[in-house]
Design a protein around this ligand. Structure first.
Ligand SMILES: Cc1cc2nc3c(=O)[nH]c(=O)nc-3n(C[C@H](O)[C@H](O)[C@H](O)COP(=O)(O)OP(=O)(O)OC[C@H]3O[C@@H](n4cnc5c(N)ncnc54)[C@H](O)[C@@H]3O)c2cc1C
Ligand SMILES: NC(=O)c1ccc[n+]([C@@H]2O[C@H](COP(=O)([O-])OP(=O)(O)OC[C@H]3O[C@@H](n4cnc5c(N)ncnc54)[C@H](O)[C@@H]3O)[C@@H](O)[C@H]2O)c1
Length: 455
């Protein structure tokens, strides 16, 4: 092992959170080392948010064109996956090359060290045979990896994760998706719209099981309308691959499912043991790195992003990164606040949500008022016609008279969420929201109706 190299801060993992921390601290004049094992930018731009949303944009165009006959005349569309794959390769990922991102960090004054980082003590990181000492501290931002369930037979088969799906040059004729969470439902719908025969297997009794039940029902409804077979409360008991196709046997009787591809989308996990967090006194089996409100995880140690367990979202990692940067620079700022954590599942219809679900609110012992109103019953929903399914659900803390959770699902549901996000974040009293003017005829006017229906 060579002598220690010095830096002010060492950032391990340069996904959206780590890249922001490293770049911003370097711009502020600190000597920053950023350690990255794969691509600078992380999961989101290369295998996550960006390529998946490019796919979704393409799938939505096809779906909208297929609605033309009902409203506007004739339209014949011929799906061509090569266009999607080409755009992901050329525009989104630069053929999975991170030179631009690496140059961006260098231009800010950061030092990029390629390799796998491990903690080796307080303020110490090892990368291969190089050892770094961080005068101010270390930031952990290593994200998560797909969790592969222990289904007999699965290991050793050529199953796909999100990475294979994002890099697919051609679509399979058929695919089974294990897991009906965000990845499972988004990709199932896109692949189906590009003519792949898709079956989703979800272990819980509904899709998007962490969201409102109405969200899961809507997701199943729109997926089925696109030809996806949705099996909820279903568990794979045996998986095989004969060199050509997968066989998936479910618990209970019945014929096995057969498909050309199997996509595993059953959640993600952080590998803390590989990071050697025990060398700084943290529990390697904890699953997440716990932090305080300033993202501090210990003496000279901060953590941001998926690894902190506050939802696997790019906007959370960026939000936390800003807080960590301020703290490292010694600038006092507010603690992280997750009361109004927003998220959007980009199915068509989009399912946006913020804050608590009704169930979570009741489990906290709160006196809750709720309402659910459908988008189709609004003027805009009726005008929109095909593709107008959706709803607004509100969850009010009745004692305080403020919204503590909301779901906006439907056309542009993710955009409609913005106003509800403000309401939950700023704790705008419900009586003030009721006396606001809502533009006619927008989708978000359903919020006004839902406020009036809170019971
Ligand atoms: C298919 C898919 C779609 C998604 N869509 C969305 C979306 O629409 N909106 C949204 O908000 N979120 C979405 N996400 C989630 C989003 O990608 C993550 O929340 C986000 O990338 C997390 O950022 P992060 O900074 O925690 O780390 P990551 O992006 O996971 O990056 C961590 C980095 O650390 C590196 N690393 C790991 N271990 C080490 C080590 N020991 N040494 C050095 N480097 C290491 C990795 O190579 C990686 O580059 C999606 C995810 C997937 C998989
Ligand atoms: N639009 C977005 O913001 C977006 C999109 C994609 C992914 N993501 C993030 O990426 C993370 C990972 O996504 P994901 O979809 O893999 O995880 P997830 O946790 O959202 O969903 C996983 C689903 O798989 C089910 N499951 C687990 N084991 C199973 C089994 N053996 N058989 C059948 N079902 C099983 C779970 O019940 C759950 O519904 C999510 O936490 C999400 O925040 C976000």
């Amino acid at each position: 092992m060579s002598a220690s190299e010095q830096a002010d801060v060492v950032v391990v993992g340069l996904g959206p959170g780590g890249e922001y921390v490293a770049g911003t601290l370097a711009e502020a004049g600190l000597d920053v080392v950023g350690v990255e094992a794969e691509l600078v930018g992380g999961e989101c731009p290369y295998w996550g948010c960006v390529p998946s949303k490019m796919m979704i944009r393409a799938g939505n165009l096809l779906a909208e064109a297929r609605r033309v006959p009902a409203l506007a005349g004739e339209a014949v569309v011929t799906p061509d996956w090569a266009k999607v794959a080409g755009r992901i390769r050329d525009e989104a990922t630069d053929d999975w090359n991170d030179q631009v991102a690496a140059d961006r960090l260098a231009a800010k004054g950061g030092r990029l060290v390629r390799g796998t980082g491990r903690l080796s003590g307080v303020r110490q990181v090892t990368v291969g045979d190089r050892r770094f000492e961080a005068r101010r501290g270390v930031v952990l931002a290593t994200g998560t990896r797909p969790r592969i369930p222990p289904v007999p037979g699965l290991e050793g088969t050529p199953y796909w994760t999100n990475r294979d799906a994002m890099a697919a040059k051609e679509l399979p004729a058929s695919m089974v998706v294990l897991g009906g969470g965000a990845i499972g439902v988004e990709l199932a719908q896109v692949f189906a719209r590009f003519t792949c025969a898709v079956t989703v297997i979800e272990g819980q009794d509904r899709l998007l099981s962490q969201e409102e039940p109405e969200a899961g029902e809507l997701a199943a409804q729109v997926l089925r309308a696109d030809g996806v077979t949705v099996l909820t409360g279903a568990r794979a008991r045996q998986i095989g691959h004969d060199g050509t196709e997968f066989t998936v046997r479910l618990e209970g009787d019945g014929e096995p499912l057969r498909a050309e591809r199997l996509l595993v989308a059953t959640g993600r996990h952080a590998d803390l043991a590989a990071l050697a967090v025990d060398t700084v006194g943290l529990d390697p089996t904890a699953g997440v790195v716990h932090t305080d409100g300033q993202m501090r995880a210990g003496d000279g140690l901060w953590a941001v992003g998926d690894i902190t367990g506050h939802g696997a979202f790019t906007h959370v990692s960026m939000y936390q990164a800003q807080i960590a940067v301020q703290d490292i620079l010694g600038q006092p700022g507010p603690d992280a606040d997750y009361r109004a954590l927003p998220r959007v599942t980009f199915t068509d219809r989009e399912i946006g949500a913020v804050g608590l679900t009704e169930r979570q609110a009741r489990e906290k012992g709160l006196r809750v008022r709720t309402s659910v109103l459908t988008t189709a019953s609004s003027t805009r929903g009726w005008i929109h016609g095909p593709g107008n399914e959706g709803f607004i659900k509100l969850v009010e803390d009745a004692d305080r008279g403020v919204l503590i959770g909301a779901t906006s699902a439907g056309p542009a549901g993710g955009e409609v969420l913005y106003g509800l996000n403000v309401a939950v974040h700023a704790e705008v009293p419900v009586h003030r929201l009721r006396h606001m003017i809502y533009t006619y005829p927008t989708f978000h006017r359903t919020v006004e109706a839902a406020l009036g229906a809170l019971r």
